[in-house]
Design a protein around this ligand. Structure first.
Ligand SMILES: Nc1ncnc2c1ncn2[C@@H]1O[C@H](COP(=O)(O)OP(=O)(O)OP(=O)(O)O)[C@@H](O)[C@H]1O
Ligand SMILES: [Mg+2]
Length: 296
């Protein structure tokens, strides 16, 4: 694999994703620079979450030739067979093939083709638009199951490294308590996951992420359902994370996007239609058209 420039965290190149007859992504490409906050915006249904799903390996990408409009008539089927044969027997050059079918690189790792749990071990983490957690565990316990590579996870370690495990548990608990305090949810630390409100679940998801200190963080609408004061505080904390991490953010709150982003990608109907600084995007006519559906 071609080595990525050192300042690039993530490169998703020409990603396609089809759901039956729906083209959710049509050759979308993004390049995310390290230690920046990059936003992905676009109207509802434009493909933002699908792109995150492909990047984090929750969904596999489609082959660009796989989309066939219904009904499958004879000539199209032949074209498809020919293309499949070409794919199989033509162009062995690794870089050509890779460019043709699209790819996702995170630093020097190729992500597409991995399982979601494998991708999660690379230092890239995401939150979900619909928040997931352990419904029967308390808020504090939910934070404590987040850190990876804990010494206690290996059976032998449980016997031989008891002291080290205690020390790690103590450190993790202190860290979790600090995070609860920062997110202003200390008062619900003993409540179980399934009892939480939508806003509280968003905060818990962010807390779980803060426990693991990933190098790349994908956030899918972290502000939805959170009150504006706390929302701004969360954004300030996310900005602090830029020292060690790169943030890729999907957000509908345009105040947040334009105030906090270093760069913005705009998506419409599965394609990236614009990319630039907040100032550049604010005045981009294609962007205004995509949102308002009118020519300017
Ligand atoms: N699992 C799925 N099965 C079928 N269609 C899907 C699936 N996931 C997404 N889609 C479709 O793909 C398109 C893009 O959806 P996606 O959720 O990525 O949009 P989005 O930009 O995140 O929208 P929103 O801002 O509302 O969250 C939509 O037409 C959606 O209906
Ligand atoms: Mg979405």
């Amino acid at each position: 694999m071609e080595k990525q420039p050192d300042n690039i965290s993530l490169k998703a190149h020409k990603i396609h994703k089809y759901f039956g007859g729906v083209k959710a992504l049509e050759g979308s490409s993004v390049v995310v620079t390290k230690n920046k906050l990059i936003s992905l915006i676009g109207p509802n249904g434009s493909g933002k979450t699908t792109l995150f799903n492909v990047i984090s390996c929750w969904l596999s990408k489609s082959h660009p030739d796989d989309f066939i409009e219904e009904p499958e008539d004879e000539p199209k089927l032949q074209t498809r067979i020919l293309k499949t044969l070409k794919k199989k027997f033509g162009g062995n050059e690794e870089t050509d093939e890779r460019t043709e079918v699209g790819y996702v690189d995170f630093e020097d790792l190729r992500l597409d083709g991995l399982d979601a749990h494998e991708a999660a071990l690379t230092g890239m983490m995401r939150t979900f638009q619909t928040t997931r957690n352990w419904p029967k565990l308390t808020v504090l316990e939910n934070l404590l199951v987040a850190p990876q590579n804990q010494t206690g996870e290996s059976f032998t370690n449980i016997f031989f490294k008891r002291k080290q495990i205690n020390e790690e548990e103590r450190k993790n608990t202190l860290k979790a308590l600090e995070i609860l305090e920062f997110l202003e949810i200390t008062h619900i630390r003993d409540q179980i996951g399934e009892e939480l409100s939508g806003g509280q679940l968003k905060l818990l998801a962010l807390g779980r992420l803060l426990m693991t200190a990933p190098r790349l963080i994908l956030l899918d609408e972290p502000m939805a359902g959170v009150n504006p004061t706390l929302g701004n505080k969360i954004m300030d904390k996310i900005l602090e994370l830029k020292v060690d991490s790169t943030i890729f953010l999907i957000e509908h709150n345009m105040d947040v996007v334009f105030n906090y982003s270093d760069e913005i990608f705009v998506m419409a109907s599965g394609k990236i239609i614009a990319q630039g600084t907040p100032n550049e995007i604010e005045t981009n006519k294609d962007v205004i058209k995509a949102y308002l559906g009118v020519d300017y």
